[in-house]
Ligand binder design. Structure first.
Ligand SMILES: [Zn+2]
Length: 393
C-alpha cells in the first residue's frame, strides 16, 4: 500500500518549474490522506511560476499539534527523465526513480507512520491536531512556505517533523539537527571600454578586475569555521578587440553559525566601491557592486531541536537501533521553521544519489534511489518517538 502510493507519486513529474505536475501531485497526495480523515487546503505560491503548496489538517481532541513537513517538487525536468530513462524501477532492495529519495519517499513515510498510529494507537492519533504541509517549490527559493507553516503552527505545536531522507554513517541512521544557511550573491564590475588597438591605456579592464575579486571571494572560505564561498559563474567581455567594460560574478556562501553568516555577508558587501584596476591615462577605476540575491538563514544547534532528538534517541535505544545526529550542509524547510517551533529533520527513509538521474553501464554513475527495507524500521522509530513526544508533555 505504501509502495503503491510511492509509485503513483513517482509517476507524476513534479519538477519545480512544472506547476501542472506539482498541482497534480498535490491532488493525488490530498486524496490519499483524506482517507485518514485529513482536510486539504491548496495555497498558491508567492511565485506564480510554481504550483500550490498543500496543507492538510486533522483536528484532534486538543489543540496541541504536530506538524509533518515534506515537499512536492523534484529537480528533474520531464525531458531529462525521458532522455535518461529515469523512472520507477525496482532492483533488489532499491527503487530507482525521480523523487524516490528526495522526497516522495518521505511523504510515503508520513503515510506509513500515520496509518500505523491509526491502526495501533487510534487514541493518540485522535488526541492531537495534525498539520501536514507540503512545499510546492522547496528545491528553489520559497520563503513564503515558511509563512504558510507558521500560520498553521503555534505555541501549542509540539514539533515540526521534516521528512527529508536520512543519511547514514556505516549502518547508523543520522537525523538532522542543524543545517547551514545559504546566501546567493552577485558581484558586478563596471570598467571602461576602449579600443584594444588604438586606446588600450584608456580602458579599465573589468575582467582583470574580476580576476582579483574572484581570488578575494574564494579566500573568504574558512573550513575551520565551516564557512564556504563558492564562486559559481563568471561572464564578461564581448569581442576580442575591445577592453571589456563589464563582468558579472555569481555564487553562494554557506555556514551554520548565524554570527559567522553575518560576518561573511558584510565581508562580501564590503567589496562594493572602487576597484584596484584603473585606466593608465587618467586613473579611472573599475567600479564594483556586490549584492546578496537570496538568503536562507542558518538553522543552528538549539535546545528545542536537541530535546526532540533526545526523544528519537531514546526511542531508538528501546528498539535496539543506532541513531545519531547530523549537522547537514544542504538546506531544507527546517531552515524556515526551527526558531518558530521545535524542529527535527531527516525522518524519511534511507537512499542515495539524490538529485542525480544518470546511469552508466559500469555503475560509476547511479541515479537517485530509496532502499525498500529502510521504510519499516524508520516508521517504527518515528511512531514510537511520536508516542513518547505526545506523552512527554
Ligand atoms: Zn528535499
Amino acid at each position: 500500500m505504501t509502495l503503491e502510493f510511492l509509485r503513483s507519486m513517482v509517476a507524476i513529474n513534479s519538477y519545480t518549474a512544472n506547476p501542472t505536475g506539482v498541482n497534480q501531485l498535490a491532488r493525488l497526495t490530498a486524496a490519499q490522506f483524506e482517507a485518514l480523515g485529513f482536510t486539504a487546503e491548496f495555497i498558491p505560491s508567492a511565485n506564480p511560476a510554481y504550483g500550490n503548496h498543500l496543507v492538510m489538517t486533522r483536528l484532534g481532541r486538543s489543540n496541541r499539534s504536530i506538524g509533518l513537513v515534506s515537499h512536492l517538487d523534484t529537480v528533474f525536468p520531464p525531458e531529462e527523465e525521458l532522455s535518461n530513462a529515469f523512472h520507477w524501477q525496482i532492483e533488489g532492495d532499491r527503487i530507482y526513480g525521480p523523487g524516490t529519495n528526495d522526497i516522495k519517499g518521505g511523504t510515503a513515510m508520513m503515510w506509513l507512520v500515520l496509518t500505523t498510529l491509526c491502526a495501533e494507537e487510534p487514541e493518540v492519533l485522535d488526541s492531537v491536531t495534525w498539520k501536514l504541509m507540503w512545499n510546492s517549490s522547496e528545491e528553489c527559493f520559497s520563503p513564503d512556505f515558511g509563512d504558510v507553516c507558521r500560520r498553521h503552527l503555534d505555541s501549542r505545536t509540539m514539533a515540526a517533523l521534516v521528512f527529508e531522507s536520512e543519511d547514514r554513517c556505516g549502518s547508523d541512521s543520522l537525523l538532522v539537527v542543524a543545517r547551514k544557511g545559504r546566501a546567493t550573491w552577485r558581484v558586478a564590475v563596471k570598467g571602461r571600454g576602449a579600443h584594444a588597438g588604438g586606446k588600450h591605456e584608456h580602458g579599465a579592464n573589468a575582467i582583470v578586475q574580476a580576476g582579483d575579486l574572484v581570488e578575494r571571494i574564494a579566500g573568504l572560505t574558512d573550513y575551520a569555521r565551516m564557512l564556504t564561498f563558492n564562486v559559481a559563474t563568471i561572464s564578461g567581455g564581448t569581442v576580442l578587440n575591445r577592453v571589456p567594460h563589464e563582468t558579472v560574478i555569481e555564487g553562494e556562501f554557506r555556514t551554520f553559525d548565524p554570527e559567522i553568516y553575518n560576518k561573511a555577508k558584510s565581508d562580501l558587501l564590503a567589496l562594493t566601491g572602487s576597484g584596484i584596476v584603473r585606466s593608465a591615462t587618467d586613473g579611472y577605476p573599475c567600479q564594483v557592486q556586490a549584492c546578496v540575491l537570496t538568503e536562507s538563514r542558518p538553522w543552528p544547534r538549539n535546545a528545542q531541536t536537541d530535546r526532540l532528538f533526545s526523544i528519537w534517541k531514546a526511542a531508538s535505544e528501546e528498539l535496539g537501533m543506532v541513531v545519531d545526529s547530523q549537522e547537514r550542509g544542504g538546506l531544507s524547510d527546517g531552515n524556515l521553521l526551527w526558531d518558530s517551533v521545535p524542529t527535527l529533520d531527516g525522518l524519511g527513509p534511507w537512499g542515495d544519489h539524490g538529485h542525480c538521474s544518470e546511469r552508466s553501464a559500469d555503475g560509476t554513475k547511479l541515479p537517485e534511489y530509496v532502499e525498500i527495507s529502510s521504510f519499516v524500521p524508520k516508521a517504527l522509530l518515528n511512531t514510537v518517538a511520536i508516542l513518547k513526544l505526545t506523552t512527554a508533555q
